[in-house]
Write a protein that binds this ligand. Sequence first.
Ligand SMILES: [Zn+2]
Ligand SMILES: [Zn+2]
Length: 274
Amino acid sequence: MIKQKFSLHTHNNAFGIFDGKSSPEDMVRKAEELGLETLGISNHFIWHPNMQRAHDMFFVDYNKALDVFKRNIEIIKELRAKSKINILAGFEVDFFPSVEWRKGFERMLKELEYDYLIGSTHFMRTADESYLCNIYHMNELPQGTTFEQIDEYMKGYWENTIEAIKSGYFDFMAHLDYCTIFNLCTSEKWNEYKWRVIEALDKNHQAYELNTSGYRRIERPHPDYWMIEELNKRNVPILISDDAHVAEHLCNGFDKAESYLESINYTNRWTFNK
Ligand SMILES: [Zn+2]
Ligand SMILES: [Zn+2]
């Protein structure tokens, strides 16, 4: 029996653009089978005027991005009309601190009928945002990129997360230490940034997820246990997410996550209420 009756961080393959492997319909069917009361669909919101295009769902062009995001919501509305459970429209947003990005983002939000926003970081970048690289596509870094440069770019990763928390745009933050799956920022020198993330979450009363996809890849959730335990001491609200990209991964690891949260007496659980 699944205790948390919702899953809000999920992906699908709408339009063959987004990076899920299952169709939106299959995701809903699986959520119904599992007995969830609410399924949130949160395909990626990745737009930046300086984006080096490496994937269909990374948008440089403002209008093209807005068009796809709008059509994504139309699909969700159709599913909502047909489904027995609540279907919510969300986005997993890659936040950037520059004024230019924020302006575009706010302008898009006015035109999108979303229910909630997840703040997320998948990019490393230069300080001025002139160069961005998705961590997943690190192999596309220009030849000759040095370790020192990668360290500089990773500072941009953490600044994105910290500034996203401070921005107040987001209902909750996703996989805070996502980069560690790629063996980035695993050494102690990065703890300074992880502590800043903890302090920003605390200060801004910002909810965050325990992301169970880590169990599949690095045998622990995101963020790492010690961060969750520090955040518990500060009573920061938490929810459990699967970050499912295929229907079979919906609610994966939820039982394990529940037992862990119970074992550390983490009681401040975030729920969607709007
Ligand atoms: Zn993500
Ligand atoms: Zn995700």
